[in-house]
Design a protein around this ligand. Structure first.
Ligand code: LIP
Length: 262
């Protein structure tokens, strides 16, 4: 990797760390509803997003952005596109439950180049550069090779999409009897990172937006894991929502939640 790219990634890491202080010092949330009373945003989601976009635009002139709280979505095939979730786990953040993260993915010509997911409450910085080890606070991480029966399964409830509730709990019922236990932690990006570092064996959610998974998908890949949809196809970055299943391929197969498209 060139010295200038190395410097840019170091500067991006520093920007994420410094911007995260906004989350830790939050006070007057100024909560507003987006699509429903379950789909909320605070002034801090917007502040973090603005701070990140301004800093990255200096670091990578001409960069395009796909960010959760921006109406305008950039071109995911541009020379440089940053896919940002300023606060993944906003509902946890609103209820002061921790377990939320800043997620930033850097794509080059539509291919993942760098991904970072930072949980400021736990001070855990997950990151990966394409083709290199996935890291947690600078140390290599790897998915678990434990069988499903010895594994925690994480899941999301797709709360913004009540039409998917029955499917979610059918899938949950299917795995609950086969795994050690289940958890709903509330941040898709962190859930996928918990799979990447081997804390959990599997994560699934019936629908996610690109900013929820874009960075964690690269971290998972470089930790030896796979991100597929509920039909078993590899998840590729798209502006369309997609179902996701994260794990190693053995545990994904063992779970029985994939239904191959005919
Ligand atoms: C959230 C995800 C969560 C999912 C929610 C929402 P947000 O992201 O992390 O797993 O269930 O629907 O997408 O909205 O907090 O950035």
């Amino acid at each position: 990797m060139s010295e200038s790219l190395f410097f840019t990634i170091s500067s991006l890491r520093h920007t994420i760390l410094s911007t995260s202080k906004i989350i830790l010092s939050a006070a007057d949330l100024q909560i507003t509803e987006k699509t429903s009373a379950k789909d909320l945003v605070t002034q801090y989601d917007r502040q973090v997003q603005e701070r990140l976009i301004a800093a990255i635009s200096e670091l990578v002139p001409g960069a395009e952005f796909v960010s959760e709280e921006s109406a305008e979505k950039g071109n995911i095939k541009a020379d440089d596109t940053f896919i940002i979730d300023p606060i993944d786990g906003t509902t946890n953040f609103i209820h002061q439950m921790g377990n939320c993260a800043i997620s930033v993915a850097w794509y080059k010509h539509g291919e993942p180049f760098y991904g970072a997911v930072y949980d400021p409450n736990a001070d855990e910085f997950f990151e990966a550069k394409a083709g290199e080890d996935a890291l947690l606070n600078g140390k290599p991480i790897h998915v678990s090779d434990a069988p499903l029966g010895n594994s925690i399964v994480l899941f999301g409830t797709a709360p913004y999409n009540p039409e998917l509730t029955d499917l979610t709990f059918e899938l949950l019922r299917k795995v609950f009897g086969k795994c050690q236990d289940i958890r709903r932690m509330g941040s898709a990006a962190l859930d996928i990172c918990h799979v990447a570092c081997g804390r959990a064996g599997l994560y699934f959610e019936a629908t996610l937006s690109p900013w929820d998974y874009a960075a964690a998908a690269l971290i998972l890949k470089e930790s030896g894991g796979s991100l597929v949809n509920l039909s078993g196809q590899e998840v590729r970055l798209s502006l369309e929502k997609t179902s996701v299943v994260a794990g190693n391929m053995n545990i994904i197969a063992e779970s029985g939640i994939i239904s191959k498209q005919k």
